[in-house]
Write a protein of this length. Sequence first.
Length: 166
Amino acid sequence: MQDKTILLLNRVVHRFFRELDSLTSQKLHENITGQNMMVIGYLANSSQPVYQKDMEEHFSIRRSTVSKVLRLMEEKGMVERRAVTGDARLKQILLTEKGWAIHHTSAESFQVMAKKMYEGITEEEQGQLRRVLEKMEKNLCGKEPMDLFSHCGEEGHLCLDEETDE
């Protein structure tokens, strides 16, 4: 038997990000995926240098998946990998000018979509929803959920789809 709440949650999240992708892509006149925006957001908000291994841990995904995502983002001119002085094997992941532009546009689009989604929902109801979702995340992860408003780079369970072509 399917749980209607889980199906509804899935549908709302997918619709939100599909519309966010569409709105951001329209503003930039380029196809920007949710994964691209998640990676860009992570890089933009990181207070320390980011390497591929950091992304593997942060998003809980395999090295091959991160490599593929980064390669495609490099081809689109969103990120660059720069060799670290003293260890040419180690590559720091940096946003390009285009990556920063996408970050600013997607942040604006996110605010528009969040406002639309929360229309008619009180702050108290939003807080209740957040607390329930945090409990669900803790149940699934076996530990406290990551603080979504802290600096990136700390361990968390924000996942990218492992089977994507992006």
